[in-house]
Design a protein around this ligand. Structure first.
Ligand code: NAD
Ligand code: GLY
Length: 363
């Protein structure tokens, strides 16, 4: 790669093939023709985006892909409710109709929804094609574009159908965050503070100290923060790609958060908003067990409020509603719900013994 050095490398060990990949983080990457030429090496492209992103960024990506390359564009409707098998069929049909081959590289230009759909479609196209993530939301840049979880929702629950399929590269163009609506930006911030809580105490306080700079989307602070989040995620994923163990710590707040999303109806609460309220619940339980001091909870609440993120679950979500909703979660093993708690600030653990009264105390 000669244009710029990757900010982070994801190193996945495998006996036979090298599945490591670079994560580039910089302003203007979507227009970087040299970088795309290096990554694609003359290969055709099936570019998947949605109708919001195509208005904003498609022309610059197409220009960078070059007029002499075969490129098929698939524009999906925008929204979590379209993250279904129908979207997969739409992408695959377009690629087949345009006679793409297994050497074609799929590109996901968009947030987590487009990224999850594109990755899953690529994993099944002719039994598996390469794909590149071009995440355009903060949440996608710090979380969903890295680590190879791809998939779609089923009426019975979120992300229930999918595959582990790693991208060949991730291009986080920080300039795209300038057009991101405030609510979406804040939803990404919830995943950002998660990394401090589960893996890096110094980073946690760095975020607390820089909350205002982050809120004003200072590009230097953002680039540094995104790089740290990606590095933490890359480290966790490289130790446990298929979530046999440690990777589950990335789900701090998600067990409660998915229950909130499901009960409210997908799309009403943004994923990051539900994770914010879920992280507060998990941190409250960790404080009440004496694992972390209450000052951590106070700092977390202040930080989340700076970004107008919810700190409590919606009223009406009783313990029974939570338990019923959480039983359908992917993290349930042998009928037992698994929770992520903080064992200390910057350390997380997986537990199954959270009691109904502990949940009730968070509501
Ligand atoms: P999203 O993809 O729905 O994007 C949010 C909204 O912002 C959309 O309307 C989108 O069109 C718009 N948008 C995106 N980039 C923009 C930009 N630069 N400027 C203006 N508007 C822009 O939501 P998301 O928060 O990025 O992703 C949420 C999805 O990611 C969920 O489906 C969730 O399940 C999934 N997810 C996956 C993983 C994983 O590891 N694969 C991890 C976390 C979340
Ligand atoms: N977002 C959690 C994970 O990638 O494992």
């Amino acid at each position: 790669m000669k244009t710029i050095d990757p900010a982070v490398n994801v190193c996945l060990t495998s006996e036979s093939i090298d599945r490591s990949y670079p994560i580039f983080i910089d302003g203007g990457l979507l227009s970087d023709r040299e970088l795309l030429d290096d990554l694609l090496q003359g290969r055709s492209v099936c570019l998947v985006t949605n109708d919001t992103l195509s208005e904003l960024y498609l022309s610059q990506v197409l220009a960078a892909l070059g007029a002499d390359r075969k490129v098929t564009v698939v524009t999906l409707p925008d929204g979590e409710q379209f993250k279904t098998m129908m979207a997969i069929e739409q992408v695959l049909t377009a690629a087949l109709e345009e006679k793409h081959e297994r050497s074609t590289v799929f590109i996901a230009l968009g947030g987590g929804v487009v990224g999850d759909i594109t990755g899953f479609a690529a994993s099944t196209f002719l039994r598996g094609a390469d794909f590149i993530q071009m995440p355009t939301t903060l949440l996608a840049q710090v979380d969903s574009s890295v680590g190879g979880k791809t998939g779609v929702n089923h009426p019975m629950g979120k992300n229930l159908i999918g595959a582990f399929h790693q991208p060949i590269a991730v291009l986080c163009d920080t300039q795209t965050l300038e057009t991101l609506p405030d609510r979406e930006f804040s939803a990404g911030i919830a995943e950002v503070i998660k990394y401090g809580l589960i893996a890096d105490k110094v980073f946690f306080y760095d975020l607390i100290d820089n909350a205002e700079a982050l809120k004003s989307r200072d590009p230097d602070v953002l680039a540094r923060v995104i790089a740290r989040c990606c590095a933490i995620k890359a480290d966790v994923v490289s130790r446990d790609e298929r979530e046999g163990g440690i990777r589950a710590i990335l789900n701090l707040g998600h067990t409660f958060g998915h229950a909130i999303e499901k009960e409210q109806g997908f799309g009403k609460w943004l994923h990051g908003e539900a994770v914010a309220a879920g992280m507060v619940m998990a941190t409250r339980i960790s404080v009440s067990r004496g694992y972390v001091p209450s000052a951590v909870l106070d700092d977390l609440l202040l930080f989340l409020k700076t970004f107008d993120l919810p700190c409590t679950p919606p009223s009406g979500m009783t313990v029974d509603v939570f338990l019923r909703a959480m039983q359908g979660d992917k993290k349930v093993q042998s009928g037992r719900i698994r929770y992520i708690l903080l064992s200390a600030l910057g350390e997380a653990s997986i537990v199954e013994d959270v009691s109904e009264s502990e949940i009730a105390a968070c509501l």
